[in-house]
Design a protein around this ligand. Structure first.
Ligand code: SF4
Length: 99
């Protein structure tokens, strides 16, 4: 599976590092950082899920299962994204707003 840590939510309780010290390190104030890229092999899943579920502020976010074979499909889909519509008077204001 894959996880993400939203450090803006972390309140420094340190629970994650207690449950899964291989995935979370704490700074001097107890705020967590994710070790690695968030990929969690099956053998560590329970410990990391415990950290995720016990985090009082839900700063650890489940990003789904990591399936390397699906990566190919995602890249193929990315090539199939249609071109944006040409600008017209109707959508010019919207695209100006987005920029
Ligand atoms: S358990 Fe949550 S709030 Fe506590 S240090 Fe870990 S991420 Fe931060």
């Amino acid at each position: 599976m894959r996880i993400r840590l939203d450090r803006t939510l972390c309140d420094g309780f340190g629970i994650c590092a207690k449950h899964a010290p291989g995935y979370f390190s704490l700074d001097d104030w107890g705020y967590a950082s994710l070790i690695g890229d968030g990929t969690v092999p099956e053998k560590d899943r329970d410990a990391v899920m415990r950290a995720l579920l016990d985090c009082p502020v839900h700063a650890i976010i489940y990003m789904g299962e990591h399936r390397p074979s699906d990566d190919t499909a995602v890249h193929q889909e990315a090539h199939e994204v249609p071109e944006p519509e040409p600008r017209t008077d109707g959508n010019e204001a919207i695209s100006g707003f987005v920029r």
